[in-house]
Design a protein around this ligand. Structure first.
Ligand code: SF4
Ligand code: SF4
Length: 330
């Protein structure tokens, strides 16, 4: 029995949600939980699926949720192009992909950021609509919980018709079975995400144009891909910008401590470090000196921090540093 009427539907009769994220942040599971809450807990008909490339941390992931009335069959299985709710799990994605495409002035965007809704709207260049911000990374550190529980809480807040208890039950059923010892923390994270949001709405004031959805096409094909598909330059991804793969932490370089052993560069999967030749005054010989790293290519795996023998690289919170100032361009 359907518990509530959907507040708004598209011309096909669906309320639609799109979650934009990177592998490892849990958007896929978040989509499953929201869909299960709506279908099993609230009696809607619905569907959920995710699309991603290679199944690894750091690559873009989209997850889609559709709800319709219980007397309607779900016969559409394509990606959500014009969502009523867009969930952005990682704000840096906006510099890399057109994640706000299809998001109109009647939609709600829920974004993981430390910005307020006004600055988030400017950052996202939204034509208008409702913006809900939640500092999910900060809450995750404070509550010692995975970020997706917090995002599920904030997205539930955006879907006014969702029954909070049904979502919590879906969390119990999904996360509780797999990670029983973390269930309490996940429910705490959900509540924190639900409560600790900032909400504002913006009229279509002409500051930014509406961006229609367009199917993404890769820049490389059989005719122009490098032989063997090997990327030989810094940054192992085709888009050559790995910033959105970071999950809130960066390696911080302390030049005064560095002994220029090169272990970080040989370990780094993306060749982020910049080494330049210089004269060693003690030996009067030329040697390579580490000048720092280019954060454009750094995906935040922190392997360099692990291998550095003298703590010249430390693990730090990205939000506490000015990445542009720290970057040494390759
Ligand atoms: S591993 Fe540490 S000491 Fe060695 S070059 Fe890198 S930063 Fe410097
Ligand atoms: S964290 Fe270190 S090893 Fe990992 S990509 Fe960044 S610079 Fe390279």
């Amino acid at each position: 029995m359907q518990k509530a009427t959907l507040p708004v539907k598209n011309k096909f009769g669906f309320f639609e949600v799109r979650l934009e994220s990177i592998g490892g942040l849990g958007a896929n599971v978040a989509g499953k939980i929201l869909a299960e809450a709506g279908v099993m807990g609230m009696g809607y008909n619905g569907s959920n699926f995710a699309s991603y490339g290679s199944e690894k941390k750091g690559t873009p992931v989209s997850s889609y949720v559709r709800f319709c009335d219980s007397d309607k069959a779900v016969r559409i299985n394509s990606p959500v192009t014009d969502p009523h709710v867009l969930g952005v799990f990682h704000e840096n994605l906006v510099s890399r992909l057109p994640i706000t495409a299809g998001v109109g002035p009647n939609a709600t965007v829920v974004i993981n950021t430390d910005k307020d809704p006004h600055n988030a709207r400017e950052y996202l260049r939204l034509s208008g609509g409702r913006v809900i911000t939640v500092d999910a990374i900060k809450i995750a550190y404070e509550e010692k919980v995975r970020m997706n529980a917090i995002m599920i809480g904030a997205i539930t807040r955006a879907m006014d018709f969702m029954d909070k208890e049904a979502v919590k039950e879906a969390i119990r059923q999904t996360l509780g079975k797999k990670y029983e010892n973390q269930l309490k923390a996940n429910l705490r994270g959900f509540e924190a995400g639900y409560e600790q949001v900032s909400i504002d709405s913006f009229d279509e004031d002409g500051r930014f144009p509406f961006i229609p959805f367009k199917e993404a096409k890769g820049e490389w094909g059989y005719a122009n891909a490098p032989i063997g598909g090997i990327v030989v330059e810094a940054g192992s991804m085709i888009l050559k910008n790995n910033q959105s793969s970071r999950q809130g932490k960066i390696p911080l370089f302390h030049p005064g401590k560095c002994i220029h052993c090169g272990l970080c560069e040989t370990t780094c999967p993306d060749y982020c470090f910049s080494f330049e030749p210089g004269m060693d005054e003690k030996t009067n010989k030329t040697q390579m000196y580490n000048k720092g790293l280019d954060y454009q290519y750094c995906k935040g795996c922190l392997r360099c921090v692990d291998v550095c023998p003298v703590e010249a690289l430390t693990e730090e919170l990205e939000a506490e540093h000015d990445i542009e100032k720290l970057t040494v361009k390759l």
